[in-house]
Design a protein around this ligand. Structure first.
Ligand code: T1G
Length: 685
């Protein structure tokens, strides 16, 4: 077998009349500039040699090309450009046979579509996830895919971010062969030796008109799922071009829009999160630190939170011992967990085998002694310091000395919770968000005594549970709840000075939040924030402006949806919030009694002031070392509090609008409520 000593990530070799073109660009064979140049060279070498029957294109490592190199997107695209490289592959006299495995995404799928033939290993997945990066494909994806599998299916992948299995793509006519991994080499040899007639290149194929009714239905679906993001609709529009114009017109139009979107705030925000999520999973301080393995976990407290944590652990293959205060409570906890498992089964999230396996690995008990051999014990009991301390006193007496002890507290000081526990280096905070088996965010709270190994174990467990884990220090509310408290306080100031709940909620929903602050309080219940305000009363500055509306509602036992009244009123059995004249009167009466002159705030004012407070609190949290980066603050907001992903997070949003603007709005906030806000250094311009 002779081979060309071509350098770089693309190598060409020959076995008789078959060329082997191999891409090796770890970790995911992204189409970097070197890969694009190497591939272009490979097409030239293969065609210049003469007598070559076919060129087999494959990738080393865990996956075929998984897309363009996202890290290149911040700057101008260096030549050769991917569309040109793919055009060369498609036009190659020697037919290319793509051998596909792993996740064939974005530019990788575009490359595969330019090959004359496509053979895939069973289990390979295909997609055009550019939409998740605020983009449309930039190398023919929206123009070739409809010509391969039809426009309707192409919209599912381009605009809705759906992926296809190899079998599904085969059924749609997008692959020539799907084989098991073990049979791949032989199957490819056979296939290449007996190539079917070469199909017409996708760029040459015509496409029927996109049926208007189908298009309109899909447009509604795409708009609904987009939740304010622009890229999904751009993808839909680009796919439609494929049925309206020849490839020669559609592809340049796609490329131009792709490049323009690379420079959009939406794409910058989504790319920022893409890398932030990966960086957060591997804190620099843990480089080289080995994490003790966690298999057996005790969960103390079988309420909604405890069962959610248990569910997440069981789904990840852990063994769970759930401890409750007595046998009856343990039985109820087991029934609650079985309810969650049945729900996962009925929604197709878990197979019957997985549910049975989970139940075999689950034990509910009232006997702490059953925890003697756990690797980690976490409490999810009532948010009361003494109750939590009692739990750890009991655990401390039975668990191994190397067993990790974790608190799930949302607001209490973990140092006080663990006071007196032996081997304090094993203590950590693992703050899950309810429902814990669904919410992605996990705040991992490091105590001064927490060892690196225990911290690493927390991150390893978070990764195993599929969480977005963010390291945080100790303060009231850690990162997310502290920012939520600031956000709600500013919303209350706006109520006091001229707004009504429905106006503020509408403004924040229009910004992209799933619901506004008052709808959310009604949904989760006003009691939690009430208890927190009472807890903070003794340490709150007497000069800080205090708005009592939430307390007044709780005093009337208007706790929200569950009590049919809160900030809104609710018809029996319904959840639609209805403006409550009593709430408006309460706000106006209070204003009159306190000689407040109410103002008119526009939607823009409301958003600007609330965002300024959220960003300011984020900067304070970073400046105090509670969060290690703006990226981590954004991850907390996006994965824990519904901040619109396509805006990248409050800190990314601040970068987009400019800190001068944020600072100006924060000054207005501070003037609106004197002595009530600390201004972060980053905003004290
Ligand atoms: N570009 C650059 N780096 C990438 C990358 C990419 N496309 N994909 C992954 N990485 C890095 C990632 O940052 C991490 O780095 C490491 O690889 C492992 O990733 C031209 C314009 C493929 C399913 O959107 O979905 O093609 O942290 O931890 O869980 O028209 O990575 O180790 O330093 O996620 O096994 C379209 C994005 C791009 C795919 C693997 N393609 N990647 O998941 O590993 S735009 C995508 C993924 C495009 C074309 C358009 C996943 C994965 P580090 P990982 P994983």
């Amino acid at each position: 077998m002779s081979s060309f000593e071509n350098e770089g990530p693309v190598r060409v070799s020959f076995e008789g009349d078959i060329a082997q073109v191999r891409i090796d660009n770890p970790p995911v064979n992204a189409s970097s500039q070197a890969v694009r140049a190497g591939l272009l060279k490979a097409v030239e070498v293969v065609n210049a040699r003469g007598g070559v029957h076919a060129a087999v294109l494959s990738c080393a490592g865990r996956t075929f090309m998984a897309g363009g190199d996202i890290s290149e997107f911040d700057g101008p695209a260096p030549e050769p450009h991917l569309p040109d490289v793919l055009a060369a592959v498609e036009a190659s006299r020697v037919p290319f046979v793509a051998v596909l495995h792993g996740t064939v995404l974005g530019g990788g799928f575009e490359l595969a579509m330019c090959c004359a033939y496509r053979v895939a290993v069973s289990g390979t997945r295909f997609g055009l996830p550019e939409v998740r990066l605020g983009l449309i494909p930039g190398a023919g994806g929206t123009q070739r895919l409809p010509r391969l599998i039809g426009a309707e299916q192409a919209v599912q992948l381009c605009a809705l971010g759906k992926q296809l299995s190899a079998e599904e793509l085969l059924d749609l006519g997008g692959l020539d062969l799907v084989v098991t991994k073990g049979a791949l080499d032989e199957a490819v040899s056979q296939f290449v030796a007996n190539l079917p007639e070469r199909p017409q290149a996708l760029s040459q194929r015509d496409l029927p008109q996109f049926p208007q009714q189908s298009y309109e239905k899909l447009e509604g679906l795409v708009r609904k799922q987009a939740k304010g993001a622009a890229a999904p609709l751009h993808n839909l529009e680009a796919v439609k071009w494929a049925s309206e114009m020849p490839f020669s017109e559609g592809q340049p139009r796609e490329r131009a829009l792709h490049l323009a979107l690379r420079d959009s705030a939406e794409s910058r925000g989504l790319r920022h999160l893409f890398f932030a999520e990966r960086a957060a999973a591997k804190p620099r301080i843990l480089k080289g630190v080995s994490a003790p393995h966690i298999q057996k976990v005790a969960v103390v407290g079988g309420g909604l939170m405890g069962c959610g944590i248990a569910m997440a652990l069981l789904a990840a293959g852990c063994d769970v011992i759930m401890v409750e205060r007595d046998d009856a409570a343990a039985h109820s906890a087991k029934e609650r967990l079985k309810g969650l498992l049945d729900g996962a089964l009925s929604r197709g999230k878990m197979s019957i085998e997985a549910v049975e396996s989970a139940l075999q690995r689950f034990l509910a008990t009232a006997d702490y002694a059953q925890c003697a051999d756990v690797d980690l014990a976490i409490e999810a009991v009532f948010e009361d310091l003494d109750v939590k301390r009692d739990v750890f006193r009991a655990l401390d007496n039975v668990v191994r000395k190397d067993a990790i002890l974790a608190t799930n507290t949302s607001y209490l000081d973990p140092i006080l919770i663990f006071e007196g526990v032996t081997w304090p280096e094993r203590c950590i905070g693992l703050h899950f968000f309810s429902p814990a088996h669904i919410m992605k965010l996990l705040e991992i709270v490091r105590l001064p005594t927490t060892s690196d190994a225990v911290l690493a174990a927390g991150f390893a467990l978070g990764k195993r549970l599929g969480k977005v884990s963010v390291a945080c220090g100790i303060c009231d509310g850690f990162i997310g709840n502290r920012m939520l408290a600031a956000y709600r306080r500013q919303a209350d100031y706006l109520l006091a000075d001229g707004c009504l709940p429905e106006q503020i909620d509408a403004a924040m929903r229009g910004f992209g939040l799933p619901m506004g602050p008052y709808e959310l309080q009604d949904l989760t219940g006003l009691q939690i924030a009430w208890a927190n305000r009472q807890r903070q009363a003794e340490t709150r500055s007497p000069n800080e402006r205090y708005i009592p509306f939430g307390d007044l509602l709780c005093a009337r036992e208007h706790f929200g949806q569950r009590s049919s009244r809160g900030w809104y009123q609710y018809r029996e059995g319904e959840r639609a919030p209805l403006a409550d004249p009593e709430v408006e009167n309460m706000i106006l009466d209070w204003g009159r009694r306190n000689s407040v002159v109410r103002h008119t705030f526009t939607t823009e004012d409301i958003v600007a002031r609330i965002m300024a407070v959220l960003i300011n609190e984020g900067f304070l949290i970073i400046e105090e070392g509670i969060a290690s980066s703006a990226e981590d603050v954004d991850l907390v907001q996006v994965h824990g509090y519904g901040f619109p992903r396509w805006r990248g997070g409050p800190m990314a949003y601040a970068r987009e609008i400019g800190l001068e603007d944020v600072s100006r709005h924060m000054e207005a906030v501070a003037a609106q409520s004197p002595n009530s806000w600390r201004i972060a250094k980053a905003l004290a311009l």
